[in-house]
Design a protein around this ligand. Structure first.
Ligand code: NAD
Length: 300
């Protein structure tokens, strides 16, 4: 692996591609936004004029796009009518989609790639923009394990954990399961802290008690949602930065759609989805960090 095409140089894609440059890969990037292309160039990438040009003669091609529709239209073309990237690229290039999208969408694109003789992995990530910058992302990979091995050095340049979740789409299933749990855990943590504070307890003391007790969890350890308890977390800066409520709502929507498809019962995820949507409309919180769910319980 030497030459890497990279499309989608946004909050996640730009630092991921920049880490590939730092690791010595020749990265050819593309984004539909001029500002993103300029940042890519500043980070040492060559910038292509189109996604097709970025994919030209690439050993691997990585996409990091907002949602299912962007990924499907990139690879399959608009309305599935062809003229997508799959029709215009070399079969030797390994495709890796790191976007968070619906598992059925990932399977659809991987199947179409296979029909063109092109190998594809779904490899959504966890770790946020900080993980993308520090190259500590976790990759959840779906697809043939042999292709994962081909891409292992790329994943190592961008992250610190790589898991093979199963066949195509399995990476996306793992991602929606993880984020469903993350949302439920964050809502539960905010709710417990609000209950304690309503009884006159100090939120920092209560946080420490629960962190060291059976309620201990990731939010209490490193991402406390209650303002004033922890420094250097979104709650300490008015919930700016971090993992946006809009993205959490998107991921919970993917989890709910998937649960319906497979007939799974997910009442906790459904309630968390409702609470996050209420938070967005009541507090205009779409662009705030997801720990701002604390505001649903206690106004600052
Ligand atoms: P973003 O909106 O910052 O970046 C997406 C980029 O894709 C933008 O620069 C946009 O211009 C570009 N783009 C859209 N359509 C394109 C096309 N057809 N061709 C080329 N470029 C195109 O989003 P992000 O925060 O980087 O998230 C990307 C993906 O990663 C999403 O699926 C998100 O759910 C997932 N994710 C995000 C985070 C996070 O903390 N931001 C964490 C884990 C996973």
């Amino acid at each position: 692996m030497k030459r890497i095409g990279f499309v989608g140089l946004g909050n996640m894609g730009l630092p991921m591609a920049a880490n590939l440059v730092k690791a010595g890969y020749e990265v050819v990037g593309f984004d539909i936004q001029q500002r993103a292309r300029a940042r890519g160039s500043d980070a040492g990438m060559k910038i292509a004029e189109s996604a097709v040009a970025a994919a030209h003669r690439a050993d691997a091609f990585i996409s990091m796009l907002p949602a299912s529709e962007h990924v499907e239209s990139l690879y399959l073309g608009v309305d599935g009518e062809g003229a997508g990237l799959l029709d215009r690229m070399e079969s030797e290039t390994l495709l890796i989609d790191c976007s968070t999208i619906a598992p059925q969408s990932a399977r659809r694109v991987a199947t179409a790639a296979q029909e063109c003789g092109i190998a594809m992995l779904d490899a959504p990530v966890s770790g946020g923009t900080a993980g993308a910058e520090k190259a500590t992302l976790t990759f959840m990979v779906g697809g043939d394990a042999r292709h994962l091995e081909r891409a292992r050095s790329l994943f190592a340049a961008m992250g610190s954990n790589v898991f093979h979740a199963g066949p195509s789409g399995a990476g996306q299933v793992a991602k929606v399961c993880n984020n469903l749990l993350l949302a439920v855990q964050m809502v539960g943590t905010a709710e417990s802290l609000a209950l304690g504070v309503a009884n006159g307890l100090d939120p920092a003391t209560l946080s420490e008690i629960m962190r060291r007790s059976s309620g201990g969890n990731w939010a209490l350890q490193v991402y406390n949602p209650f303002p004033g308890v922890m420094p250097d977390v979104p709650a300490a800066r008015g919930y700016r930065g971090g993992f946006l409520v809009n993205l959490m709502i998107k991921d919970l929507g993917l989890a709910m759609d998937n649960a319906q498809t497979v007939g799974a019962d997910t009442p906790m995820g459904s309630l968390a989805h409702d609470l996050y949507r209420a938070l967005r409309s009541e507090y205009d919180a779409g662009d705030l960090d997801f720990s701002s769910i604390q505001r649903h319980y206690i106004e600052e």
